[in-house]
Write a protein that binds this ligand. Sequence first.
Ligand code: PRP
Ligand code: URA
Length: 216
Amino acid sequence: MSTEENNGNIVLLNHPLLQHKITLLRRVETGTNEFRHLVKEIAVMEGYEALRHLPTELVKIQTPIEETEQPMISGKKLCFVPILRAGLGMVDGLLELVPSAKVGHIGLYRDEVTHKPHEYYCKLPFNISEREIYVLDPMLATGGSAIDAITLLKNKGAKNIHFLCIIAAPEGVKAFSKVHPDVKLFIGCLDRCLNSKAYICPGLGDAGDRIFGTIK
Ligand code: PRP
Ligand code: URA
């Protein structure tokens, strides 16, 4: 059975366990602790799907029974790049899958009136052009933050880039794939639309506020 609906570079993940956990995440009564835990679990599931193409090589090992050649992940230089703040919630889930990966950080916040992203921080591992990059952010709303983060990475030499989000709006997906058609976009759930404040409907509210408990 297929675990994803793949439309070119847009991958809509549809595993029932993932859908179940995203539903729990959306609920207004889900508190900070449970929200963080769910974001991490969802990141593991999305990472598992997004990393299924990783190459393996045969290595010789000894089992208690005999010597054998078995597959192990071969020399990919992975880098996870959360968009601050909310993307931080996904990092530990991805690191659980690939503990040796490097982690870069891009800080962006959306202006409350214009909804345009503003950069305030960027720290990336060296040799970014040689790394396979996974940008992490739970929310793709207008797409502005994802687009700017990836433009920034490309300006620094990055070539092999993927984007993982939990919930996306159709408006954001359209804008994103127009500007970065070469970047593979993994989506946990595609929602209906944006509201007048550029929040995703039905969405889950402000992901950063819910992860860090800063809801007014
Ligand atoms: C949220 C979210 C994305 C962005 C998505 O961050 O985590 O980065 O909004 O919206 P967009 O697609 O319209 O750009 P926010 O700017 O609220 O910052 P925060 O994570 O620090 O709360
Ligand atoms: N950022 C969020 O955290 N949530 C939205 O619905 C839109 C942008």
